[in-house]
Design a protein around this ligand. Structure first.
Ligand SMILES: Nc1ncnc2c1ncn2[C@@H]1O[C@H](COP(=O)(O)OP(=O)(O)OP(=O)(O)O)[C@@H](O)[C@H]1O
Ligand SMILES: [Mg+2]
Length: 266
């Protein structure tokens, strides 16, 4: 029996904290756990999933679908290396804003797609309140410095107001001796940090090779931290029946023969 996808938004108030990097690798980590994953680049201002993955020359993407000029089903790009479906960003000649009813229409169609997880990469800032009801979880990404944590607290309060569960992920930990400690971060944020993702030189390497870290070194500290996040979501998805979608993927992952593929599920 098919079920509704679990929708995870990767968000931050400040730019450049690692949302796209984490969104792509979280998608990869869930795929390596045998889940069917759709990644959506909703960052209309500087769509960058394509850049991170070296994808060129595609047609319609998020902007055209939300504007009603294209259908989701006709606009899916499949990143063959890991069998990841993506709704890509596309260039705009002007500032793009969407009406709430356009967004509601898009997200109501999106959650009808046959995936276990939908991961939304976003632009920095608050997300439109009209889409809150389609989100199962928000991963708030922050770096371990006070401006980033202070603005993340605001985003967390916004999520609470909209009744959307949220978790704080600290990215680029261990980079500077002046960074906030885990304890100070949690004190300032007012809640525990879900996962600390370390600064890791595998990340710039993956950018230059235009591949997810997962395809370069799954044993790297960065990939292992992302695995921790994926494991929690994998357990969540394990609570509900998705046996049909999982079994469809089986052959692909048996061929991949990754040691960790099934260790995290009940
Ligand atoms: N854990 C990490 N270790 C080392 N470098 C990192 C790490 N995470 C992110 N980076 C680097 O930080 C930069 C910004 O990352 P990314 O593009 O994912 O941020 P973003 O939050 O999506 O930015 P934007 O707000 O512009 O969309 C990139 O150069 C990336 O390689
Ligand atoms: Mg980004």
């Amino acid at each position: 029996m098919d079920k509704k996808p679990f929708v995870i938004m990767v968000a931050s108030q400040k730019g450049g904290v690692g949302k796209t990097t984490i969104a792509i690798n979280l998608a990869a980590a869930l795929i390596y756990q045998d889940y069917r994953v759709l990644l959506v680049d909703t960052d209309v201002d500087s769509f960058s999933v394509m850049e991170h993955l070296g994808i060129q020359g595609v047609g319609n993407g998020f902007k055209e679908i939300v504007a009603g000029k294209a259908e989701i089903e006709d606009s899916l790009f499949v990143y063959q290396n890991i069998d990841l479906s993506i709704i890509l960003g596309s260039p705009a000649d002007d500032a793009v804003t969407f009406k709430p009813d356009q967004l509601v229409k898009f997200y109501s169609q999106l959650v009808k797609q046959n995936y276990d997880f939908i991961i939304l990469d976003t632009k920095p800032g608050m997300f439109p309140s009209s889409i809150a009801r389609y989100l199962n979880d928000v991963v708030i990404v922050a770096t371990p410095d006070s401006p980033s944590i202070a603005s993340s607290s605001k985003l967390a309060s916004y999520c609470e107001k909209l009744k959307v569960p949220r978790r704080l992920v600290i990215n680029r930990a261990g980079y500077s001796k002046f960074e906030l400690s885990k304890e100070d971060t949690e004190k300032m944020f007012g809640d525990v940090a879900f996962v600390m993702v370390p600064e890791d030189k595998i990340v710039p390497e993956s950018l230059s090779k235009q591949k997810p870290v997962y395809l370069i070194d799954r044993g790297s500290p960065f990939a292992m931290a992302i695995d921790q996040i994926a494991r929690v979501y994998g357990l969540k998805a394990g609570d509900v029946d998705n046996s049909t979608t999982k079994s469809k993927r089986k052959g692909f992952f048996e061929r991949m023969a990754w040691w960790g593929a099934k260790t995290n599920k009940k």
